[in-house]
Ligand binder design. Structure first.
Ligand code: AHR
Length: 657
């Protein structure tokens, strides 16, 4: 092979020794390797992917959402709101809890109008750093109102611009003496990136308000209670094979009361439970389990929900500061209910409309099952005896009732160490089908660790790399990830899934970096790491072939086989295309000698994708396309040499004949 390819480098085409594809063994690999992991961190949900434009719509923000570090005097029931009496009216406002719209949504606002003045009195919401509005676009407004004295109440709703200019206006009048939802559509007359929503009560008396909401009508796929279209499309463009949600650490929470409970997140939005997020802000749960599953279906990704393994984060109570274990455990006498909650999730996702939980899914607008196949149990947990005990109870109950569901376990927060080892011991003991490994490491780690899975026991648990990232958004880091990903394809018989983390970060609210996609209210910045994920996802295969590429140093006229150069070759049996990925993590040009002669049924036509630049290059909001893939169509001979640019990922997609 070596001699043949040196001959190839000299431009001589070899075909005599070509093996037919039947002669080389394509190894079956996971067709679902590349997916995404969504966690509400960095304001990814409220103020991010979730389309709601009103911040703190249900007056549920609480100072206790924050920790000591994030203490913020401006974080309370009236955050993002302002009391307005512009026409010299007067009255009072108060946050009350005596007679809420729903017990899960305890706070609401009462306006006591004593004098309406010229314009009425009311409230103004500033959204998440302003409300972005586009001229001609329609916005769906809704509000719950409850007149407490007097009725009907005339109410005016306006969108106003930065300079106070009117962008849209509508009026409504209460017609019930109880809580009732009122809706209206506002059409914007101008584009404005920082509008505000105004609600004015125009009669004297007392009225209660809650769930003040504004959505663009054009959410992703025009879904009600839907997602911000451009961000959702950016995720859809990755064509992820699965979505892991809702966390991450958000799942196990930093204390039992803070665990993510899926049942709090379904049903009418006004009945969902707003919760303190472990990331120190408030989660409205408007983006809840129904919306996650719906989004998965909308973009053709398999849902991979994660539930807590009945234990909280080991760092609960700030114990990470002194290294002690802060893991809290659901008491044994509550375990039956907790396990039932997980079984109910499976019924909610997959059960018939006639089942208790399937009926709730149908009521929400999805009579057909969601075809759930996987459930993650636990996230980066400390593998304590209590964890083992709780995990085992959940694992056995789900396996017994739902053998069709594949359970994904957890093996700690890093690629080695005590929890990794103990997690794997447990996986081997219980025969857990898949375990979740995480690594946040520097670029050289990814380059050096390409052999990591070569020696994994093929008969043991499969691996889901649920969170990984090289520690920056430079091109070099993305290319290091690409090199590592070729090794995941090579080991796609062991590594079933992989997802970069974190996925989204709002500028100015970024708590963890790097992230794959940065956004503000109007713009999106895709990182080089995004493009690597996208190129691998769009060019996946289900069979892996060895020894198709060799690398050479032209100057030294020698073969190079260290990990700074990486390649993979897969075939996608659906399209019949053969896909070669070539990665050069170095600052030098190298030659890749590609031998396609072993494949049957391929043409000379190929699409070439390249991602390259200077190692330190990044994308920014000013230059969002600084690094992006270039696409070309080319002809490829059965055997050919290709000069690999420094710091590059090149993909050849060779079309079926
Ligand atoms: O991705 C950010 C955090 O990193 C996740 O919440 C957690 O699982 C990991 O520690």
């Amino acid at each position: 092979m070596k001699t043949n390819l040196i001959i190839l480098m000299l431009g001589i085409t070899l075909s005599a020794n070509a093996q037919s594809e039947k002669g080389i063994h394509g190894k079956k690999i996971s067709p679902d390797l590349v997916g995404i992991f969504f966690e509400d961190i960095n304001y990814s949900a409220d103020g991010g992917l979730y389309g709601e434009l009103v911040q703190n719509r249900s007056f549920e923000y609480s100072p206790s959402d924050r920790d000591n570090w994030h203490k913020n005097a401006n974080w309370h029931s009236f955050t993002a709101w302002e009391y307005i009496t512009e026409g010299f009216g007067y009255g009072n406002i108060s946050i009350e809890t005596q007679a809420p719209l729903h017990k899960s949504n305890p706070h609401y606002l009462v306006i006591d109008v004593q004098d309406t003045g010229k314009n009425g009195i009311g409230i103004k919401n500033s959204g998440y750093d302003g409300i972005p509005i586009k001229a001609g676009e329609r916005y769906d407004f809704s509000i719950f109102l409850h007149p407490l004295s007097g009725n009907p109440f005339p109410v005016q709703v306006k969108l106003i611009g930065k300079k106070g200019q009117l962008l849209s206006e509508t009026d409504l009048t209460t017609d019930s003496n109880d809580w009732k939802k009122y809706t209206a559509t506002l059409t914007a007359s101008q584009t404005e990136d920082s509008a505000k929503l105004v609600v004015l009560v125009k009669a004297t008396g007392k009225i209660a308000l809650d769930m003040v909401s504004l959505f663009p009508s054009a959410t992703f796929k025009n879904r009600q209670n839907g997602l911000r279209a451009d961000l959702a499309q950016t995720l859809a463009d990755l064509k992820p094979k699965f979505i892991r949600f809702p966390g991450g650490c958000v799942v196990h929470g930093d204390g039992l009361a803070n665990m993510y409970r899926w049942k709090y997140t379904i049903g009418p939005v006004e009945q969902r439970v707003t919760q303190r997020s472990l990331w120190n802000y408030s989660q409205s749960a408007g983006l809840g389990y129904f919306e996650y599953f719906q989004f998965c279906e909308d973009i053709g990704a398999k849902p991979l929900p994660v539930v807590a393994a009945a234990v909280s984060c080991q760092n609960s109570g700030g114990t990470w500061r002194n290294g002690s274990n802060g893991q809290k455990v659901i008491p044994q006498n509550e375990m039956a209910d907790y396990i039932q909650e997980i079984l109910d999730l499976i019924e909610w996702a997959n059960g018939p409309e006639t089942s208790v939980w399937g009926a709730k899914r149908a009521e929400a607008g999805h009579p057909k099952p969601f075809n759930l196949e996987y459930i993650g149990v636990g996230n980066e947990d400390k593998i304590t005896p209590e964890f083992e005990n709780r995990f085992k109870q959940i694992f056995e109950a789900v396996k017994a009732k739902h053998p069709e569901i594949t359970i994904v376990g957890t093996v700690g927060p890093s690629p080695k160490g005590e929890d990794y080892e103990n997690g794997w011991k447990l996986a081997n003991k219980l025969n857990i089908p898949v375990v979740d490994e995480h690594f946040y490491e520097k670029a050289p780690w990814f380059i050096a660790n390409q052999k990591r899975y070569d020696s994994y026991d093929r008969s043991a648990s499969k691996v889901y790399i649920g969170e990984y990232a090289s520690k920056s958004n430079s091109l070099f880091d993305a290319i290091a990830e690409a090199a590592f990903m070729t090794s995941l394809e090579r080991n796609g018989d062991v590594v079933k899934f992989a997802s970069y983390a974190p996925l989204l970060a709002k500028v100015g609210y970024t708590q963890w970096s790097p992230d794959m996609i940065y956004f503000n209210n109007t713009h999106i910045c895709r990182t080089p790491n995004y493009y690597v994920q996208q190129l691998f996802s769009l060019n996946n295969g289900d069979f892996y072939y060895d020894n198709i590429v060799l690398f050479y140093d032209k100057e030294k006229k020698s073969q190079v086989s260290d990990s700074t150069l990486a390649s993979s070759c897969v075939r996608d049996s659906k399209t019949g295309d053969v896909i070669i990925k070539l990665v050069n993590t170095t600052a030098k040009v190298y030659t890749a000698a590609i031998d396609l002669s072993k494949f049957n049924g391929i043409s000379k036509n190929a699409v070439k994708y390249t991602l390259t630049g200077s190692p330190r290059d990044r994308n920014t909001f000013d230059e969002p396309d600084n690094i992006h893939p270039e696409t070309a169509t080319i002809k490829l001979n059965q055997t050919s040499n290709y000069e690999l640019a420094p710091c590059s990922l090149t993909i050849f997609r060779i079309k079926k004949r």
